[in-house]
Design a protein around this ligand. Sequence first.
Ligand code: NAP
Length: 260
Amino acid sequence: MLFVLNKLKTIWITGGSSGIGFATAEKFLNEGWNVVISSKNKENLDKAKKKLENISNKSKVYSIKCDISNREEVIDTVKKITSEISSIDIGLLNAAAYSPNKTQEFDIKNYEVLIDVNLKGTLYCIEALKNEMQKNKNGNIAIVSSPVGYRGLPTAGAYGMTKAGLINIAESLFFDFKKFGIKIKVINPGFIKSKSTDLNTFPMPFKKSAKFAAEKIYLGLVKTNKFEIIFPTFFLMILKFGRILPYTLYFYLITRITGL
Ligand SMILES: NC(=O)c1ccc[n+]([C@@H]2O[C@H](COP(=O)([O-])OP(=O)(O)OC[C@H]3O[C@@H](n4cnc5c(N)ncnc54)[C@H](OP(=O)(O)O)[C@@H]3O)[C@@H](O)[C@H]2O)c1
């Protein structure tokens, strides 16, 4: 009799120790995927792995400490996954630094940190994944951005700029990586409860749980072919509409809403 081994698929989730990344790891494990989580803080990562270990007896969770702002660490992590675990079917580039600016001060240090992690760090992950995925001409890279990147908002310059950059690079690479057999997607969540949003002091309309985000991300990555994954839909449609308003009207409305 011929036994055909059905190889499990593998997802690498950066920032898998908490929030959206952790909930998405849980979802993919439940769906029978092997999951590799990574994050910068080893203690958080170990705790997260422990919680995920008994979810499935079919699929397996692995953890590798990786600070995405360190290019060598990122390259080593991707090499380790592909040589010791499996080829990577999906790279979910979810890790990000966040520090809400409560004032309109221009804090260059905050810009530098967010550029290093959110922009440069995500680019290092894209580079390492591309070098591996192009060997088999197969793979998916999903970049977690934010609707804050759709348009400039008061006090959100540093974080918003990095997220705008990620949407733009995802659009560019959608074209450029076709020849390598690599599909690019971008994920733009509304407000989701997490360690990061717990720092916010402003009202967060339509805030959802990380579990809700994970369901939407799983559907978007595995069951659809759409380039952009957005949720919750109604709130995101409003934000998307804001994107096409002429500047005069946009500035007027945002000033009225925020008082800034
Ligand atoms: N929550 C929302 O409402 C919302 C909305 C739109 C977009 N997003 C985006 O969704 C993603 C996840 O956000 P979240 O709210 O779930 O955040 P979170 O709970 O604060 O989690 C952030 C994750 O990123 C990791 N991380 C931070 N700096 C890192 C670095 N230098 N290298 C590797 N890992 C690092 C953290 O790991 P450590 O354990 O090492 O700290 C943690 O696992 C982010 O890209 C965020 O911008 C979130």
